[in-house]
Design a protein around this ligand. Sequence first.
Ligand code: SAM
Length: 244
Amino acid sequence: MNYRHAFHAGNFADVHKHALLVALIERLTRKPKPLFFLDTHAGRGHYDLQSADARRSNESHTGIGRLVGCAPASEDIARYLRLAGFDTANSEHLPASYPGSPLLALAALRDGDRVALIESHAEEARVLRNETRQRRHLSVIHGDGYAALQTYLPPKENRGLVLLDPPYESADEFETLASALKTAIGRWPNGMYAAWYPIKASREAVRFLASMQQSGIRKILIAELIARPSDSPTGGWSENRHLP
Ligand code: SAM
């Protein structure tokens, strides 16, 4: 498994996922009670957009790069950009670095909230530990994010968010994710779960969504960003898209 998020950091999928992550945490932090955040596939926490890996793909140019100089119409997007360290109004250039989900979440959470960050790649986990070492109530685990669902759920706070953002390198990732989600929700029905999936893998994505819908989970929000018509299972955003 060679997935390195550095090639993709700040791309349109990261922007979509991270804007949603910040919005979910903002809603959860409206109540003063402490909460628990678990990031099962955390990455290294911070990405240098000038690195050779990032420059080879230049994916951030069509992601966060497109927001440089924009005036966000929504407070959720404005907050995400602020927490990500972008001052869009006064910036004309692509920023030099981009935060990953753990650092964005930490920026949105409060000191009293508890955080567990799981990453299976040793070097990524080492960098992440370094990036977050000042923070209290935080664990960085070099290990398997799916196994961590068993370890950490249900959390004592009984409020919070689990982000599942696997790399989809293995052919059965959708099945693994669906099964992990069902087990996790069985262990902790009160939790909020956010799972990222690629819509390019359309057949698997539709099957995954159908299995989630049939699982008895009461409230599901599907938020898909179609960047190119060919990305869509139905050839573009369609209100007629039916799940089996
Ligand atoms: N969540 C990060 C963000 O938004 O900034 C990006 C995560 S990236 C899509 C997926 C990460 O999962 C990679 O860093 C990879 O090394 C790691 N990974 C792969 N398999 C894993 C597993 N079973 N458990 C935990 N981490 C895993």
